[in-house]
Ligand binder design. Structure first.
Ligand code: PEP
Ligand code: MG
Length: 579
């Protein structure tokens, strides 16, 4: 019988293929042999996991409320003692060194050996201690597995064309999966503006997020269909159902080919205003996709993806080569390189951050992290400056919220330029420096920011989340995450006016810029520079070339005056109705 699971469609496209389940915390213990040069690292990984397990237990022990029976603390102490005993500390290390195996497997072998000893005991009480050993080991295994298992599973992915069904994915994991040519992704959690969703759109991978409990209904390898526009995952389709979706897939392909004819058509409105359509990219290779759709340049290069799935950050040289590759390939077209925006859902090691533990989106993220760790920031600034000699580079600072941050970054850029002069390394002296407007404070103070910067770029993904206090990752409040909220539209308008008054360009590089349903409204609000995932660009161009600005300004004015976004949605539907 067919099963249809619904979520939010976040990246369009139809995919058909076998399922690949990726659930966090799966109990299987991976077994692999390590090359000799990685064995010491494996021992260190095991030691760190042991330490983390002990720290977890100590934290639990400290939180035991007063009045709790002493047995509970004694129980935890027993586990702590086990994690300090040579049978669990020294022996697995000996096994890793002797067998060259991974830490999980070494621990598993030792657990089997201990279980055999306990099983031979006559004393029933002592036999129950076997469970304690198992629990203590499981704690360490979970820590080890969480760090590596999914990555190893992804790295071992045998063939392309699969539909990944996962509880959650990090952007780093999606990058790895993309290298294995996944056909589509479905996650149980997540919202449309999570970086996984954005990345999927950018890479043209059909994606559905927030498909609750999908993992429980799907079996590994069973044939699935994903409709990324409708946000649905289908299993158990009969031949007719499968043929229907194959036909739709072909139809979409034809529609894309049709749009492709617009590649070299200038993006000019019917009344003659030139509109700039840039592409957003995450990896240097993505510039090919940007060029294929005839983008006017790169309006947002999210450099943090260079820092993912690795234990040490890329050095200046590696960054210089990555940025230069893009700049050279764009042959003089502008390339907007955004400085590191790690934090929140983008972590360097590719893991999904702990949810609820802190407030990562409001924390040490983006420019805040860079200013706190200038040693991380300086090589990047030098690399961007050096890449600027090969074309037109704009340097973009994410998440600024104060003029002090602008000043501090400018000071660091100044120092980086001095360093390069001393080293006699060339760079473009007049490189443009811009700031993202993605925090309400920045939008409200856009005029002050505009006086200090060469351009602004509106990051609506965060601007919406921070304005409406609606976590972009949380599927339970997706309904509150509303681009048409009057507060969001007014902040966008304020920013556009501030840019115009200061005579500097304002780009929009958040996902709103690539939503064809919003193109006319944004044109009406006065936006002339859009930056979006490459697969969205030609559809937006089609709307731009078919629109005249004058009536759009009037319609946008009236939408801007609405105090109720449902009313705005009706006016917008009217505005789009003659498309
Ligand atoms: C944004 O917030 O709109 C943006 C473009 O930045 P990111 O999505 O990378 O946070
Ligand atoms: Mg942002």
């Amino acid at each position: 019988m067919p099963v249809a699971l619904h979520g939010t469609g976040v990246s369009r496209g139809i995919a058909l293929g076998p399922a690949r389940l990726l659930q966090r915390g799966r109990p299987d213990i991976p077994q692999y042999v390590l090359p000799p040069h990685l064995i010491n690292e494996e021992v260190d990984r095991f030691i760190s996991a042991l330490e983390a397990a002990r720290a977890q237990l100590q934290a639990i022990r400290q939180q035991i409320p007063a009045g709790t029976p002493t047995d509970i603390a004694a129980f935890i102490d027993t586990h702590l003692l086990m994690l300090e005993d040579a049978t669990l500390t020294t022996v697995p290390i000996e096994l890793i060194l002797r067998e060259g195996c991974n830490a999980e497997w070494a621990l598993h072998m030792q657990q089997e050996a201990l279980t055999r000893v306990f099983d031979q005991m006559d004393d029933a009480y002592l036999r129950t201690r076997r469970d304690d050993v198992e629990h203590a080991i499981l704690r360490v295994q979970r820590i080890l597995l969480d760090q590596t298992q999914r990555e190893a599973a992804i790295a071992a992915e045998p063939e392309g064309g699969r539909i990944i069904v996962s509880d959650d994915l990090s952007p780093g994991e999606l990058v790895l999966l993309h290298q294995h040519n996944v056909a589509a992704i479905v996650t149980e959690h997540g919202g449309p503006m999570s970086h996984v969703a954005i990345l999927a759109r950018s890479l043209g991978i059909p994606a559905v997020v927030g498909a609750r409990h999908a993992g429980q209904y799907i079996r590994d390898n069973e044939p699935l269909v994903v409709d990324g526009r409708q946000g649905v995952l289908l299993a158990g389709l009969d031949a007719a159902g499968t043929a229907f979706y194959r036909a739709r897939q072909q139809q979409e392909k034809r529609a894309r080919a049709e749009l492709h004819r617009l590649k070299d058509t200038p993006a000019i409105t019917r009344d003659g205003t030139a509109i700039t359509l840039f592409a957003n990219i995450e990896l240097p290779e993505d510039m090919q996709a940007a060029r294929r759709v005839g983008a006017a340049g790169i309006g947002l290069y999210r450099t943090e993806f260079l820092y993912m799935n690795r234990s040490t950050p890329p050095d200046e040289e590696e960054q210089y080569h990555a940025y230069s590759k893009v700049v050279k390939a764009l042959k003089g077209l502008p390339v907007t390189i955004r400085t590191l925006d790690l934090g929140a859902d983008k972590t360097a090691d590719g893991t999904t951050p702990e949810r609820g533990a802190t407030n990562p989106a409001l924390g040490l993220r983006a420019v805040r992290l860079c200013l706190r760790e200038p040693e991380l920031f300086r090589p990047q600034l030098r690399a961007i400056l050096r890449a600027s000699q090969h074309g037109t580079v704009r340097l973009l600072i994410p998440m600024i919220s104060t003029v002090q941050e602008i000043r501090q970054v400018q000071e660091l850029i100044h120092e980086a330029k001095d360093d390069l002069r001393r080293r006699r390394q060339p760079f473009a002296e007049n490189i443009a420096v811009g700031g993202m407007i993605e925090v309400p404070a920045a939008a409200i103070c856009a005029a002050d920011f505009a006086r200090r910067l060469d351009f602004l770029s509106i990051g609506t993904n965060d601007l919406i989340q921070y304005t409406l206090a609606a976590d972009r990752l949380d599927e339970t409040i997706n309904h509150l995450y509303q681009p048409l909220h009057p507060a969001v539209l007014r902040l966008i308008h304020t920013t556009l006016r501030a840019g115009a008054a200061a005579g500097i360009p304002v780009t929009m590089c958040g996902e709103m810029a690539g939503d064809p349903l919003l193109t006319r409204l944004l044109l009406g609000l006065g936006l002339t520079e859009f930056s979006m995932p490459p697969p969205a660009l030609l559809e937006v161009k089609r709307i731009v070339t078919g629109s005249a600005l004058e009536p759009l300004h009037r319609a946008a004015d009236s939408i801007l005056r609405q105090d109720d976004m449902e009313q705005s949605a009706l006016l917008l539907a009217e505005l789009n109705s003659d498309d």
